[in-house]
Design a protein around this ligand. Structure first.
Ligand code: T3D
Length: 267
């Protein structure tokens, strides 16, 4: 039987699911099985209509050390000198990044420790990143002769600008959580013992909001980076037109007028 490296659990009495990377002795470095299990867990959370927000975190002292460099898929092997890393990206990483970016509910990444290589890319693919003050961030691809992948080359300049993106990618220095928050790589930091509670509380807030509007907001923000104002105005109009017919819109307006908390339910 395949070993489980990803756990997915619903919080008790909550619409928040927690996805936990569970390979702590290797700082949650990613094997092929783990990448598949991670994608399947995101899809399962997205398909569960009782889940309205997803928290992603790591077990142990690391969040994720990126690709497991000892995995036979990539580890240098004298018997088979050439390894097709493109195959690994096409079949495992790209579907996972896409699953994160297209997740049917908002995602909050609780970075409990070091995030390296593709582990950093995957954290950045989440909607909100909250890191432990003890966490650190390192691209590290340059140290093994590779380019930033799993979306990092696209995400980094959009998050921190060209100057910082190139500094991080070319020098490969480790960044503290405080510095990562300062340059806009992540949203927030929290004391080590408060990261998961803060991520869960943030996810609870998101779960109480109109999910469809939140997910479409993510799509709009992502699309804006590739489009122009005219396209953005028309896309806003098209999506808003659909949302105007939704239960959640009527509920939000009624709740405001009736001075009560809204009970959103659309997905
Ligand atoms: O072929 C391809 O690689 C294609 C895919 C690319 C995507 C990528 O993600 S490329 C980047 C891969 N990741 C890295 O290069 C990071 C390698 N790890 C490190 O640089 C350091 O471990 C960290 C900076 C992440 C943390 O350092 P530190 O000092 O806190 O911990 P450590 O002692 O180095 O690691 C603890 C254990 O985890 C250690 O095992 P041991 O000696 O206790 O048995 C170490 O070997 C293991 N570990 C850490 N990272 C990986 C790993 N094992 C396998 N793969 C790893 N990536």
């Amino acid at each position: 039987m395949t070993e489980r490296f990803i756990e997915l659990n619903r919080q008790p009495d909550s619409a928040v699911a927690v996805l936990r990377l569970n390979r702590p002795a290797q700082l949650n470095a990613l094997t092929a099985d783990m990448l598949v299990q991670w994608r399947e867990a995101i899809e399962a959370a997205g398909a569960d209509t009782d889940v309205r927000a997803l928290v992603i975190t790591g077990e142990g002292r690391g969040f994720c050390a990126g690709q497991d460099l000892a995995d036979p898929l990539v580890a240098p092997d004298p018997e088979q000198p050439s390894k097709d890393i493109g195959h690994l990206l096409n079949h495992y990483y790209i579907p996972l990044v896409q699953a994160l970016r297209e997740c049917a509910v908002p995602t909050v990444c609780a970075v409990n420790g070091v995030a390296a290589g593709a582990g950093l890319s995957l954290a950045l693919a989440c909607d909100l990143v909250i890191a432990s003050e003890a966490a650190s961030f390192v691209l590290g691809f340059n140290k093994i002769g590779l380019i930033p992948d799993a979306g990092a080359s696209w995400l980094l300049p959009r998050l921190v600008g060209r100057t910082k993106a190139l500094e991080l990618a070319l020098l490969g220095d480790k960044l503290s959580a405080a510095e990562a928050a300062r340059i806009g790589l992540i949203a927030r930091t929290a004391p080590a013992d408060q990261v998961l509670p803060l991520a869960l509380a943030t996810a609870d807030r998101l779960a109480a909001m109109p999910t469809r509007a939140l997910v479409q907001t993510r799509q709009l923000v992502d699309a804006s980076l590739e489009s122009n104002l005219d396209i953005a105005l028309r896309t806003e109009s098209r999506l808003q037109s659909q949302l105007g017919f939704s239960f959640d819109y009527a509920e939000g307006v009624n709740a405001f007028q009736q001075k009560r908390p809204p009970q959103f339910r659309d997905r």
